[in-house]
Design a protein. Sequence first.
Length: 281
Amino acid sequence: MTTHQRQPELPDLRIVPVSDLLLHEQHDAQRSGPLIERLQADGVLKNPPIVARIGSEHRFVVLDGANRVTAARGLGFLHIVVQVVDYEDPELILDTWHHLIKGIGCAHFKNMIEAVPGIEIEPTDQMQARAQLARREILGFVQYPQGDVCTLRASGDLHQRTLRLNQIVDLYKVEGRIFRANTDHLPSLLPFYDDIAALVVFPRFAPAEIIDLARVGAYLPAGITRHLIPRRALRINLPLTALGNDTSLAEKNAWLLDWMRQKVASKAARYYQESTFLFDE
């Protein structure tokens, strides 16, 4: 007997004004600069930023793609193609990246952290640190390769604590190299990296906090929030000429809809339901 699976819903791709997009995290200047050059050289936008509408407003919060949006602004684009998602979709997951720091030495890293004003540093163990972080009693905690653990504590509301997080990350992102990690268990990372200074572990944020930060421009440091998006659109390779011409926004979206229909009709759009590893990134 033949069974037929329901065709998954296509991604909600739209062309929107760049001015309507609000960032919730800092862009990475080391990535956005080269991205501008690559966009100019390739002439296409490979992956659209992921955005969610802010309530009933016409504005959107950028969940993923701060560097792409910053690059579009740098190129003077008035419009950009985005994938719009529902922030209340139960399949959408807001997770956290942690920062694995290399290249600056443990002692120097400790001295930098201790120099941040308004930060209280207390030695502890991993279980206590995890519990305090889950209760949001601390900003985060740090693990060192030797096994030492210390908590980072700061007073104030969400915006003030976000400022302290930026002060911490701003120190080590200049002198060290940051690798994103999805585990707070440093021993499991040690076999894959050398010259590790520390693992900085951050809290989980809620969507309401992300929207609140975006509205007031109180950005989180780059590379902390991790949004897992169902039915994400990748490798659309949209020509930048479709964004930069003088046609109206309505005409651009009509063109985009026709472009999507052609992709589906020619079987150029394919949905992969299974989890995958890519080895050509």
